[in-house]
Each structure stands twice: as structure tokens, then as C-alpha cells.
Write a protein that binds this ligand. Structure first.
Ligand code: NAD
Ligand code: ZN
Length: 351
């Protein structure tokens, strides 16, 4: 679990104070990975830079790749005589995952691709801080960092992955475009449905999942003020992430990873594209999802898989079936009898 967390509108201003005791010496910088959309933003004037601290802007147009992590780690090692005092990620799931992965790879040898899987990381990461600017993924609280590797899209799941410190300032999520707010928020909603209906469910996951689901409904079906909505969605994301930390996601995520691997479809929208067709597995969840979609006038694109070849469908199916724990959670031990290749193919063809 994340051992330290600060919550509050305006809490971003406390970052300098939080980092100060973690500074090793003037040669060991803090490296700030910030979403490139903030390049011209007033937020930058609040970044507490000292000595040789560095800001690295990264575009979240594409989701993080193992190669990209390797390059960033090599660059940091080349540029400084000492390991950094810490890594700070500021942005959505993409930037948070980059910060976690770089912090791990600064102390572990080889390529990030070597650690995709469960509990493969040997050494503790360097100090790392997560500051979300959009709510929903739960990446701020999870024990994984999801990366696209040469062979698979899979997380580095380990006890060293979670942030040492998270700063939750809902003000930072002002300005997220409506569609993106919906897609990333629905990632949280889908985490709740997949966790709460899964066979891995336990009292720990259920307690967080139920709270997150209640908050998602208040945000997307109620009439909160913009400030309430930002506060609630940030806490929904946190609880949703906590819920899957001790259970698993399910069918929508397994399929969305396949879409993302082949077509580069991003996580939030990918989950929505899949989830709308999963009535058979999540009847109530899908019907509420569609109500939320109507309420906010969200039109999902169609024809995404219309022109794919049989080989391309095969690739998506293989990536998707590779995520065994997700299928086991969703459909139980005998999942292969329920979700056959033909059935999965027919679902992908609907998208
Ligand atoms: P993202 O980080 O890709 O950001 C989505 C878009 O929102 C980007 O265009 C970004 O620039 C923009 N944005 C972010 N903050 C903004 C702000 N304050 N104002 C305006 N625009 C803003 O999206 P995401 O949905 O948060 O994250 C998706 C990524 O998270 C995927 O790579 C996925 O694999 C990963 N993920 C990780 C976990 C985990 O547990 N580690 C869980 C779920 C998803
Ligand atoms: Zn997700």
C-alpha cells in the first residue's frame, strides 16, 4: 500500500515541504516527469525546483513502453553522478506509470521488459511520488505499472511498485476535456464492476469497491457541483484502485489490452468500447454504464475492428487470453469453456 498520502484542494503547494527531507544531497536531483500538456501551464511555477532538479515533459499521446523506460533510465544515469533523490510523476495513468517504472529500473538491472509479470523485481525502487491530474485509473494507488513491451502489454506488479507518497489535489483535474473525463472515470467504474462481480472477491476488495461504485454513481448520475465532482472522482479512483489491488479486473480489461496491443487504443476509451458489449457478463453494470453515457452525451466510435484480418484478430485474442488471472476472476476456473476463441472473436467483431 501507499504509506503516505495528502488530500486537499491546493495541497500541491505542500510538495516542496514534502520533498525536502527526502533530498539526499545537492548532487542527487529530484526528477519531475510531467505530462506535456502542462508545458505552458501555471502549475509549473509551483514546482519546487532546487539545485540540479530536472523537469522532463512527456506526451501521453501514447501509452508507456518498456523501451521508453529503458531510454529514460539510461539518460538519467548518464546525466547525473548520483542516483536521483526521487522521481515525481505528474499527470494521468500514463505519467504515473512512467514514474513508477523509472523508479524501479534505476535500481534494477536489465530492461523493464524483464520485469513485466508478477513479483519479478528484486531491489527496492528509489523514492517516488505520484500526483494525479485526472482521476479514474487508480494508478496512484496500485502495485502495478502497465507497460507495452516487445511481446506483451503487461504490468510490473511488485511490492516495490507502489508510490512512497501520493499527493491528491482535485484542483489539478480542472480542465480535463469532457470525453476524457468520461473515459478515464469509466475505467474506475469498470474496475468496480469487475472487482465486485469477480470470483476473487473478498471483504477487503468489496469494501473499497462498493465505496468507489457509490462515488462513481454520484459523479456520473447525480448532480454534484464541479468541485464536489472532482473531489469525489479522485476518491473513487483511489478506492477503485484499492479494490482491485486485492482482487482482479475482468473481461473488459482482458479484451481492452488486446485492442490496445494491436491498435494502440488507449485504456479508458478501450475499456468503454469493450464494456458496452458485455451485457451477458455484467448485465446491471452495462445497463448503468449506458445510462451514464446517455446522461453525458458520449458517443463511442464504431467500426474500430471492421477492417481487421483474421491474423490481426488472432493477435488480439492471444494477448487477451494471455491474461489468465483476469479470466479466472471473471468467469471462474473453467473460464475456457465459457469464453471460447469463437466467442471472443464475435465480441471483438462487434467493436
Ligand atoms: P492519460 O494519462 O493517458 O491521460 C489522458 C489524457 O488526459 C491525455 O491527453 C492527458 O494529456 C490528458 N490530461 C491529463 N490530465 C489533464 C488535465 N488536468 N487537464 C487536461 N488534460 C489532462 O490517461 P489515463 O486514462 O489517466 O491513463 C491511462 C494509462 O493508465 C494507460 O497507460 C493505462 O495502461 C494506465 N493504467 C494504469 C493502471 C495502474 O494501476 N498502473 C491502472 C489503469 C490504467
Ligand atoms: Zn483499468
Amino acid at each position: 500500500m501507499v504509506p503516505r498520502v495528502v488530500f486537499g484542494n491546493g495541497s500541491f503547494l505542500q510538495l516542496g515541504e514534502i520533498l525536502m527531507p527526502k533530498r539526499k544531497n545537492s548532487e542527487a536531483p529530484f526528477i519531475f516527469f510531467i505530462d506535456a500538456i502542462f508545458e505552458e501551464h501555471s502549475l509549473l511555477t509551483e514546482i519546487p525546483l532546487l539545485f540540479n532538479d530536472q523537469i522532463i515533459f512527456i506526451s501521453s499521446e501514447e501509452e508507456p513502453k518498456t523501451k521508453q523506460i529503458d531510454v529514460l533510465v539510461a539518460k538519467i544515469k548518464e546525466s547525473f553522478s548520483e542516483l536521483p533523490s526521487g522521481i515525481i510523476g505528474i499527470g494521468g495513468g500514463t505519467l504515473l506509470d512512467i514514474a513508477k517504472a523509472v523508479a524501479i529500473m534505476l535500481t534494477n538491472s536489465g530492461s523493464a521488459a524483464d520485469y513485466q509479470g508478477w513479483d519479478l523485481v528484486k531491489k527496492p525502487a528509489i523514492y517516488h511520488v505520484g500526483i494525479p491530474t485526472i482521476s479514474g485509473t487508480g494508478a496512484e494507488v496500485s502495485r502495478t505499472t502497465v507497460l507495452m513491451g516487445p511481446e506483451k502489454k503487461l504490468g510490473i506488479n511488485s511490492d516495490f511498485t507502489p508510490f512512497d507518497q501520493v499527493l491528491l489535489d482535485p484542483n489539478l483535474t480542472q480542465g480535463v476535456p469532457k470525453e476524457q473525463w468520461f473515459y478515464t472515470g469509466m475505467d474506475c467504474y469498470i474496475h468496480c464492476i469487475e472487482s465486485l462481480t469477480g470470483t476473487f472477491l473478498n471483504a477487503f476488495s468489496q469494501s473499497y469497491g462498493e465505496k468507489a461504485l457509490e462515488l462513481c454513481k454520484e459523479v456520473y448520475l447525480g448532480a454534484p457541483s464541479p468541485k464536489e465532482s472532482r473531489d469525489k472522482l479522485m476518491m473513487a479512483s483511489w478506492h477503485g484502485g484499492m479494490s482491485i489491488a486485492y482482487s482482479q479486473v475482468g473481461v473488459a480489461h482482458a479484451m481492452s489490452y488486446g485492442l490496445s496491443y494491436l491498435l494502440g487504443v488507449r485504456h479508458g476509451i478501450g475499456n468503454c468500447l469493450v464494456f458496452q458489449h458485455l451485457e451477458e457478463f455484467y448485465p446491471e453494470g452495462v445497463s448503468v454504464f449506458k445510462e451514464m453515457q446517455r446522461r453525458h452525451h458520449i458517443k463511442l466510435p464504431t467500426g474500430i475492428c471492421a477492417h481487421l484480418t483474421a491474423e490481426e484478430f488472432d493477435i488480439m485474442i492471444n494477448v487477451s487470453f494471455g491474461l489468465v488471472p483476469l479470466w479466472e476472476n471473471a468467469l471462474g476456473e473453467n473460464w475456457k469453456e465459457i469464453m471460447t476463441r469463437e466467442k471472443l472473436l464475435s465480441l471483438f467483431k462487434k467493436i
